[in-house]
Design a protein around this ligand. Structure first.
Ligand code: ATP
Ligand code: MG
Ligand code: MG
Ligand code: MG
Length: 480
């Protein structure tokens, strides 16, 4: 089944269950001081859950663009290295605002996955909240357990703790237990090698979470205690690209038709081949992911810049440029050339991509050009540092200066040094970084669960991502 049909099927399934289909809200939030980007399907509906607004229909379904690169949800470092965390992804959702609850949410999730999409029920696992003996003193979610066991054998219903199976919006507000659905995507041959009990193993890396059903039934009050909500709500989120992976019978989101057209285009413009060399593969995955995040963001009106949300976008794009520069040996702009295939592929579901195509291309090309110049200058400076280095180690201070003043990525410094047989004083670098972080702590961001609270003076600086950028898995580059 093609990805377009998978998305359409989800929406029409819930439309048949009396849900209204609504378009994705913009991913960039202009008037929510607590959040820079939508990072979960529920974000645009916050006011309904809080009871501050009323939806026209109390059943809604949608596919929401989400970006997870900051705050509580920051998956950036995984992107490219694993095959199912993206920066930008679509979250398919069905919503009940004070209408149906656990029974229907569970029954319909099962019906959709097993009867409609045809997923073999023997590769599914579900989780339920086990309860907590802390101040909340919550019992196990036996309701959800009892509904699930009508569909799935009990050895496949696993109990999860508060961290995994109790969802809270923040320090206050609606919250409740959740059930997640995981899919075992191991091949039959692989499974044949494992016997009996060991086969039922949700911790395996190829057992992937696809859908989270949140049962909002409590309100967390200012004093920290819970009260039962008068209206109970359903909030579900399923990763669209992961669902496509399962339904298209592949083991990586990047092998679905959501990504393969972009990857083919990267291969064509870089003369590299995907699936031959792990480092090249990581770079190709990073670029195919990041071009989506940047293109959708620009289409939503958030251009790369030096502040706030714009800075996040700039950093994502620069990360892509860097991987292209280092591992695909592309020294001239090329990422902007991927926008055509992206808008062809996704422009029907997200018309803003088609409408803004020219702008997206121009902005990306301009950004690529300017960052490639930085990289060039940085290389000159780094060579000078190398020439003047006595011994076999470049000081953390020098590397930090290059990073901080010239924007030269630290992992690239480490890579180039290792090629020249030199070491980088990583500890010294991290100390300098820490000093800088301490300096900007005043402007720091405070993260409360799903909601990133930015203090008023933090506009000018987005802390948190910088350090991530700097701490890019240095060791991963070592073997080059
Ligand atoms: P994971 O444990 O895999 O990081 P999560 O528990 O953080 O996922 P939820 O917040 O429960 O994810 O979001 C609902 C669904 O969205 C997940 O079940 C998953 O299918 C999808 N999802 C979450 N994060 C990503 C991501 N970075 N890229 C793609 N899909 C994602
Ligand atoms: Mg996560
Ligand atoms: Mg999870
Ligand atoms: Mg989850």
């Amino acid at each position: 089944m093609k990805s377009q049909d998978i998305r359409a099927k989800f929406l029409s399934f819930f439309e048949d269950k009396k849900h209204s289909i609504v378009p994705s809200a913009p991913m960039v939030l202009k008037d929510d001081p607590t959040l820079m980007f939508v990072n979960a399907g529920m974000a645009p509906f916050k006011e309904y859950f809080l009871g501050n607004a009323q939806p026209k229909n109390n059943r809604i379904t949608d596919s929401q663009k989400c970006l997870r690169v900051s705050g509580k949800h920051n998956d950036l470092e995984e992107v490219g290295y694993d095959t199912y965390h993206h920066t930008l992804f679509e979250m398919l959702g069905n919503w009940s605002f004070g209408d149906y609850f656990k029974k229907e949410a569970i029954a319909w999730a099962w019906e959709l996955l097993v009867d409609v999409y045809g997923i073999d029920k023997d590769i599914l696992y579900v989780t339920v909240f086990e309860g907590s003996d802390d101040d909340d003193n919550l019992g196990m979610d036996t309701e959800a357990y009892d509904f699930w066991k009508q569909y799935i054998s009990e050895d496949r219903i696993l109990k999860g703790n508060k961290k995994d199976n109790f969802w809270e919006m923040g320090d206050q507000g609606p919250c409740g237990p959740c059930s997640e659905i995981h899919v075992d995507i191991r091949s039959a041959e692989e499974k044949a090698k494992i016997s009996g009990k060991d086969l039922v193993n949700m911790d395996h890396p190829q057992v992937v979470e696809i859908w989270n059903l949140v049962f909002m039934q409590y309100n967390r009050k200012a004093n920290g205690s819970l009260e039962a909500l008068p209206d109970k709500h359903i909030d579900t989120g399923m990763g669209f690209e992961r669902l496509c992976m399962v339904l298209q019978g592949v083991q990586s989101n990047y092998d679905t038709d959501v990504f393969t057209p972009i990857i083919r285009e990267i291969e064509a413009v870089t003369n590299k081949t995907y699936n031959k060399d792990e480092e090249v593969d990581v770079a190709i995955r990073v670029i195919s992911d990041h071009v989506r995040a940047v293109a959708f963001s620009i289409a939503d009106g958030q251009l790369p810049s030096n502040t706030g949300a714009g800075y996040v976008i700039r950093r994502i794009l620069r990360r892509a440029v860097r991987y292209g520069f280092t591992f695909l040996e592309k020294k001239e702009p090329f990422i902007y050339r991927l926008v055509t295939v992206l808008s062809e592929k996704m422009g029907d579901a997200f018309p803003e991509l088609k409408a803004q195509k020219q702008l997206i291309e121009n902005v990306i090309k301009e950004e690529e050009q300017s960052f490639l110049r930085t990289l060039d200058q940085g290389l000159v400076l780094l060579n000078r540092i190398v020439e003047t280095t006595k011994g076999d180690t470049v000081s953390g201070e020098k590397a930090f200066e290059l990073y901080d003043t010239y924007g030269f990525p630290i992992d690239l410094t480490a890579l180039i040094l290792s090629e020249k047989g030199l070491k980088l004083d990583e500890k010294g670098f991290n100390e300098e970084l820490q000093k800088q972080k301490n300096r900007s702590r005043a402007a720091s961001e405070m993260s409360t669960d799903d909601w990133t609270i930015l203090s008023n003076d933090s506009e000018e600086e987005f802390v948190g991502y910088d350090s991530l950028e700097a701490n890019v898995k240095l060791t991963r580059y070592r073997k080059v």
